[in-house]
Design a protein around this ligand. Structure first.
Ligand code: ADP
Length: 228
């Protein structure tokens, strides 16, 4: 088994609710290898988004360690965490969050330009990604001119733009009809395999989750395997 690109070790996280604490994770472990796709299936409110935010270094755990590509993150400064997030993590959300005033190709080029790639090279790579996701013909269109499935494919291309080692997806097909969901999920899986990324995909859809390498859920603050 190759070295994990994403590793949670003894992670704890709770929200403050006045004088009570809402415990989400307690001594949680999760290790995702390069090229491995893990589906996270749990009821609404169980803490899926929180886990993804922690993995993407948007939140800090209250105990334990989260490592990305072998780099422990608990002692890193906010700035170092931001840099690591930019270079190593791609997010896909339920709603695409594309920039409305930019075309599809520009939306995929922007994160690369923020990472220092020149515009011509960034747009060239954006077109390659859009082609592999089957939306090359829509490259010059703005998000409002794209269907839900097309918008989500562009959002996946954007998440993959900087070839991140870790891809975190939060209900990426939650907003799509079943047929489009299947196609978009396939496109996401193909991209993950091609880039040898580690991926955690939170989904309610058991049929899609079954296509992952393994399925986990959250139970009493821990990440545990389940069979669907
Ligand atoms: P899921 O993604 O599985 O639906 P979340 O991670 O969004 O779950 O939320 C887990 C629990 O934490 C929910 O009960 C939610 O209401 C609560 N929660 C989420 N964000 C906050 C917050 N910022 N402050 C307090 N509670 C929160």
């Amino acid at each position: 088994m190759s070295k994990p690109s994403l590793c949670f070790s003894g992670v704890a996280y709770a929200y403050d609710e006045g004088d009570r604490k809402l415990m989400i994770l307690k001594n949680a472990d999760l290790s995702v290898s390069a090229g491995e796709l893990v589906a996270l299936v749990a009821p609404s409110g169980a803490g899926k988004s929180t886990l993804l935010h922690l993995g993407g270094l948007l939140e800090r755990p209250q105990a334990g360690e989260i490592s990305i590509c072998g780099q422990a993150t608990s002692t890193l400064s906010d700035r170092a965490r931001t840099m690591l997030r930019r270079t190593s993590v791609g997010f896909v959300y339920q709603f695409h969050h594309l920039l409305p005033e930019f075309s599809a190709v520009e939306n995929v080029a922007v994160p690369q330009m923020i990472a220092g790639v020149d515009k011509t090279s960034a747009e060239a790579r954006a077109l390659v990604l859009l082609r592999s996701l089957g939306v090359y013909e829509r490259a010059s269109h703005k998000p409002s001119e794209l269907s839900g499935g097309e918008q989500q494919r562009v959002a996946i291309a954007r998440a993959a733009a900087n070839a991140p080692k870790v891809i975190l997806a939060d209900e990426p097909t939650g907003n799509l009809d079943p047929e489009t969901s299947g196609l978009v999920f396939e496109a996401l899986v193909a991209l993950i395999r091609e880039h040898n990324s580690s991926a955690v995909i939170a989904t309610h859809d058991h049929a899609l989750a079954k296509r992952a390498d393994r399925v986990v859920t959250l139970k009493e603050g821990r990440v545990v395997p389940i069979k669907l």
